[in-house]
Write a protein that binds this ligand. Structure first.
Ligand code: ASP
Length: 323
């Protein structure tokens, strides 16, 4: 009798464990983007959300929770109910670098569940148009000749553009003065207006302005040129060999989100990433799709840990001052 009761209880628990996703989602989902609207993270999240709503049958709202290099937005996700209705968009800055820079009050690995790896893109070195340089070598000479440190726009301490700036300082020996924004969308507006000198930006953010001729591009931080702008040389070709940086992104949900809900969200994102229309839109921005065998939640978790091991020592040794 006892044994039957236990068996029944176990069966019930197993059923409950798998039953979460049956009615999921039954209402609107929110994707928290930790940077400003109109920027590269926001743009990617919106393209994906639009397609994911079709698979999930519910509206997906984008909420831009900005500030402190994206750490406020990630904090909002960590503190949300673990029910799949709040998804966090994050990247190398927010979900790796910030852990080495801020006292976060949450753990980037244990307080979140990875959902899926999202497209990545190299950085691009861009300047305001009034700088009298046409090549990367001329830009470096101009930056070095300034009596005070040239200004570099970033999306805050620990953001992709900030880490790329630190890497740039490291490899060139040029000291920069960082100007933090709530995202690279407003930083780019200021670059176009000539208020700041340079951004080491995500290609997907700057590329339209480069094409429009409102800012100048010098090099892509990768070992191959990007299809969307094949005329821009790589850092290897332009004279900063080895300056390679790829900014990848991902979706996370709060820890303890039931597995079957994570699986459902992962499935919707993978479907979006496989859609030719989505691939075209993201490809036009210079974004590269993650490899097919890297699309599981586990693959993102393993990748994030490997990136923490790679970047934290460099970031910690840079002794970053909070702006
Ligand atoms: N991804 C950020 C944004 O969307 C920029 C950055 O990390 O540099 O604004």
């Amino acid at each position: 009798m006892r044994r039957t009761m236990w068996a029944a209880l176990a069966a019930l628990l197993a059923f409950a464990g798998n039953a979460h996703a049956e009615n999921f989602p039954s209402r609107q989902i929110t994707i928290v983007v930790p940077f400003s609207a109109g920027g590269p993270s926001d743009a990617m999240a919106r393209v994906l959300a639009e397609r994911m709503q079709r698979s999930l049958g519910q509206t997906i709202l984008i909420e831009n929770v900005t500030g402190a290099g994206g750490s406020l937005g990630v904090g909002r996700v960590v503190r949300s109910p673990a029910d799949g209705y709040t998804i966090g968009f994050g990247h190398l800055g927010t979900n790796v670098a910030n852990g080495a820079i801020y006292k976060l009050g949450y753990d980037l690995v244990t307080d979140l569940e990875p959902v899926v790896m999202l497209p990545s893109n190299p950085m691009i070195i861009v300047s305001k148009n009034t700088i009298p340089a046409k090549t990367l070598q001329e830009l470096l000479a101009w930056l070095k000749s300034k009596p005070t440190p040239p200004t570099a726009g970033t999306a805050g301490a620990g953001s992709g553009s900030h880490i790329a700036g630190l890497y740039f300082e490291n490899i060139t020996g040029i000291k920069l003065q960082y100007v933090p924004y709530r995202g690279t969308a407003p930083a780019l507006t200021d670059l176009v207006a000539g208020q700041i000198d340079i951004i080491v930006d995500q290609t997907s953010n700057s590329i339209a302005q480069v094409r429009a001729g409102t800012i100048r591009a010098y090099a892509i931080t990768a070992d191959k040129r990007v299809d969307s702008a094949p005329e821009i040389p790589t850092t290897d070709e332009a004279g900063l060999p080895g300056f390679h940086m790829t900014l990848w992104s991902g979706f996370w949900v709060p820890k303890d989100t039931p597995n079957d809900i994570v699986t459902k969200l992962n499935g919707a994102a993978v479907e979006a990433l496989s859609d030719p229309a989505v691939r075209k839109k993201l490809g036009d921005l210079g974004l590269d799709m993650p490899p097919k065998d890297q699309l599981s939640p586990e693959a993102l978790g393993a990748w994030q840990k490997a990136e923490i091991a790679k970047w934290w020592p460099m970031i910690k040794s840079a002794n970053i001052k909070m702006e």
